[in-house]
Design a binder for this molecule. Structure first.
Ligand code: NAP
Length: 227
């Protein structure tokens, strides 16, 4: 019997997605990782056995094509990491409508549509993970800032809870993960954590929850976050 766990990491060209692909590979998982365009980081992992696919989560036809291309394969973990933070430092009213809408589409609608399409490819005992942020917590928003991004991750959290409720009869497990503030292109050089620390913590926390039903919101240390 094949006991090797199987992960699909979506949005893995760089940053946290790339780090998660490498971490699960090193932990002995079979890994499929996606990019939008050529990624030197993923090309290096491909040489070590990671299967690299191409998909833009804003493109429904591309998501459907990937779904078909991966065939009947089952994944113990499907982790949608992709996200954007366009004009994150501008207050909501100063962000052009089309820019604000695109942040919402990529950070909230794209991951949920991807999750719904790929739900049938989860293995028994598997989980669906979505990259959220502590900034998506309404309760913990005492500092303001990152207004449109924050709202997009709050929307993702709400949509994820609805997704989990819609499929609770099937025991679907949805994990909303905050990686910490991490030194990536998005997080910037001043962030608290390096990628290795964040992804190791997230992998531990996700592995500990694999197959648990319902919707959980927690950080890279495995600590539950307030909604
Ligand atoms: N860094 C932090 O401190 C932090 C904190 C909280 C939450 N997060 C979340 O963690 C996730 C990863 O962030 P990061 O820091 O690694 O950011 P990053 O370095 O900017 O990487 C973003 C990744 O998302 C991909 N992506 C963006 N839009 C996409 C789309 N439409 N379809 C497919 N892939 C897409 C990018 O691909 P391309 O290379 O093609 O652009 C890239 O691989 C995001 O969801 C972010 O909101 C990050």
């Amino acid at each position: 019997m094949d006991t090797q766990k199987n992960a699909l990491i979506v949005g893995a060209s760089r940053g946290l997605g790339l780090g998660l692909a490498e971490t699960f590979l090193r932990r002995g998982w079979r890994v499929t990782a996606t990019q939008r365009g050529a990624s030197p980081g993923l090309a290096a992992l491909e040489a070590e056995g990671v299967r690299v696919e191409t998909v833009d989560i804003d493109d429904d036809a591309a998501v459907e094509t990937l779904h078909g291309r991966l065939g009947a394969e089952r994944f113990d973990l499907i982790f949608v990491v992709a996200g954007v933070a366009t004009q994150a430092h501008d207050p909501a009213h100063a962000v052009p409508r089309d820019v604000a809408a695109q942040v919402y589409l990529t950070n909230a609608i794209g991951p949920i549509r991807f999750a719904e399409t790929f739900r049938d490819r989860l293995a028994t005992g598997g989980s669906l993970a979505l990259m959220s942020s502590v900034l998506g917590s309404v309760a913990l928003n005492e500092s303001g800032g990152w207004e449109i991004y924050r709202a997009s991750k709050a929307a993702l959290n709400t949509l994820a809870r609805s997704l989990a409720v819609r499929h609770q009869g099937d025991g679907l497990g949805v994990l909303l993960v905050h990686p910490g503030w991490v030194r990536t292109d998005m997080g910037g050089a001043e962030a608290d954590l390096d990628v290795a620390t964040s992804v190791a913590g997230m992998a531990d926390a996700v592995e500990a929850r694999l197959g648990q039903p319902g919707c959980q919101y927690f950080d890279y240390r495995g600590e539950t976050l307030a909604w």
